[in-house]
Design a protein around this ligand. Structure first.
Ligand SMILES: [Zn+2]
Ligand SMILES: [Zn+2]
Length: 271
C-alpha cells in the first residue's frame, strides 16, 4: 500500500495535468470556432492559405461545431435577418429555440440555402462531405463521431486524463456559442457601443469565454471586420492571434474596422 503522501502527490499531478490540458484545449478549440468558423468561413474577414484555413476549421470541428457549410450559412442568415422573424435563433421569439431548439431541425428552412448563400463553401469537397447533403442529423452525427474518435485516439496515445480534459473542454466550447446566441441578444445583459437596430450587446464575461466574440454589438455593427474589440478594455484574443499570424506570414490580409469609424458609445442600456 502506498503511503498517503505519495497518493496525494499522484492526485495532485493528475489534477495539474488535467487543468493544464483542459485550459490549453479550451483556448485552442475556441480559437478554432472564432477564427476558423466565424471570422474566416462565415465572414471572410481575412485571407490566408488553404492549409491555415483547414487547420483552424478542423480545430473548430473537434469542438463539435458540426458542418462548416451549415454553421456559416446559418450564421450568415443570422446577420441577414438579425432579431427578425426569419433569424434562425433570436431570443425575441423564445430563448429555448434561440439556445438549442433551432439546432434540432432536420434541414434548412425555406429561406436559407447554402447553394446560394454559401457558394464559396459548397465548392469545397471536404466541406461538402462534412455537410452530408444538407441532412442536419447526419452532419451532427458525423461531427459527434469524429469528435469522440479524436478523444479515443488521445486516450490510447496519452491516457485518460488528456482524453477527458480534451473532451470536457470541447463540450464546453460546443455550448458557449449557443449561449452567446441568446445572452448577447438580450439588451439588459450588456451595453451597446455601436448604433445597431438589432438587440445585440457587448458582454465582457462572454468576450472572456469566447476569445473576443462577446463584443457582439461591435461585431453586428462591423460583421466584416476581423477585429471585434474596439476599446482598450475590449480584449479580443482572436484578433490578437490573427495579428500574430499576420506578423509571421500565416495571414495575408485582414479587414479591420477603423477606430475613427467607431461611434461614440450610446447610453449604457443595462442601467
Ligand atoms: Zn448576433
Ligand atoms: Zn458573425
Amino acid at each position: 500500500m502506498l503511503p498517503h503522501k505519495t497518493i496525494g502527490q499522484g492526485n495532485m499531478e493528475y489534477m495539474t495535468e488535467f487543468l493544464l490540458v483542459f485550459f490549453v484545449s479550451y483556448v485552442w478549440l475556441m480559437l478554432g470556432v472564432t477564427i476558423g468558423y466565424h471570422r474566416l468561413l462565415a465572414h471572410r474577414s481575412f485571407k490566408c492559405p488553404k492549409l491555415v484555413e483547414y487547420f483552424w476549421v478542423g480545430t473548430g470541428y473537434l469542438a463539435w461545431q458540426s458542418s462548416p457549410i451549415w454553421w456559416a450559412t446559418m450564421h450568415r442568415a443570422h446577420h441577414r435577418y438579425t432579431d427578425q422573424s426569419l433569424d434562425p435563433h433570436s431570443p425575441r421569439y423564445g430563448w429555448k429555440n434561440a439556445y438549442f431548439g433551432w439546432f434540432f431541425q432536420s434541414t434548412y428552412p425555406e429561406h436559407i440555402n447554402p447553394a446560394t448563400q454559401a457558394k464559396d463553401l459548397v465548392k469545397d469537397p471536404f466541406y461538402r462531405f462534412l455537410e452530408q447533403d444538407g441532412n442536419w442529423h447526419r452532419a451532427h452525427l458525423l461531427s459527434m463521431l469524429i469528435g469522440f474518435g479524436f478523444r479515443l485516439i488521445l486516450l490510447v496515445s496519452f491516457g485518460w486524463v488528456v482524453a477527458l480534459a480534451s473532451a470536457l473542454a470541447g463540450l464546453l466550447v460546443q455550448q458557449v456559442p449557443f449561449l452567446l446566441n441568446v445572452v448577447c441578444h438580450i439588451p439588459r445583459l450588456g451595453y451597446k457601443g455601436q448604433a445597431t437596430e438589432d438587440d445585440s450587446v457587448n458582454i465582457w464575461w462572454v468576450a472572456l469565454l469566447t476569445a473576443g466574440e462577446g463584443w457582439h454589438n461591435n461585431h453586428h455593427a462591423y460583421p466584416g471586420s476581423a477585429r471585434s474589440g474596439f476599446k482598450r478594455h475590449e480584449i479580443d484574443l482572436s484578433w490578437l492571434m490573427l495579428r500574430l499570424m499576420k506578423a509571421i506570414g500565416l495571414v495575408k490580409t485582414m479587414n479591420e474596422a477603423k477606430p475613427q469609424a467607431v461611434l461614440a458609445p450610446l447610453a449604457d442600456i443595462s442601467k
